[in-house]
Design a protein around this ligand. Structure first.
Ligand SMILES: Cc1cc2nc3c(=O)[nH]c(=O)nc-3n(C[C@H](O)[C@H](O)[C@H](O)COP(=O)(O)O)c2cc1C
Length: 128
């Protein structure tokens, strides 16, 4: 185990139950994988923008020329998906908000879900 990516999403600081769980889990992971490095992405203190027109287009286009012209709009999505792909283990800490996840975490998911990169459409369905 080389690299562990931790995604935090609760804005509740020291009162957050999910953050307390991550701390406990991190101690355990440190014990199990003493040589692993931890990378933390805190979506509460460092929120991501929601996908805008250009980014959504860049993510979904199948046209090579158009994709090339939208490269700049995909810079953040590229950075986040590469951060994910370079990790061996992913830990997501999330509160339940209104029977779902916080929009800060959904924004991260929208940036990292990239067809042909973080998942593929395969014969039987979706892989990745
Ligand atoms: C805006 C908001 C919405 C919530 N919605 C739900 C919910 O739908 N279901 C639930 O079981 N708990 C809900 N809760 C309670 C949280 O899941 C609970 O406080 C949890 O500990 C939050 O995680 P955190 O402590 O890491 O912030 C909600 C809390 C907040 C602040």
């Amino acid at each position: 185990m080389k690299r562990i990516l931790i995604i935090e999403s609760s804005p509740r600081g020291a009162e957050s139950a999910s953050r307390q769980l991550t701390e406990t889990l991190q101690e355990r992971l440190r014990f199990l994988y003493p040589n692993a490095s931890f990378v933390e992405r805190d979506l509460a203190t460092d929120p991501l923008p929601h996908l805008d027109y250009q980014t959504a287009k860049g993510i979904s286009t199948k046209d090579k020329a158009e994709a090339e012209s939208l490269k700049d709009a995909l810079r953040l999505s590229d950075e986040l998906s590469e951060e994910l792909l370079s990790s061996d283990l992913l830990v997501i800490a999330s509160p339940m908000w209104n029977f779902g996840l916080p929009s800060s975490l959904k924004a991260w998911i929208d940036h990292i879900v990239r067809a042909g990169k973080t998942f593929n459409y395969a014969g039987a369905g979706v892989e990745g």
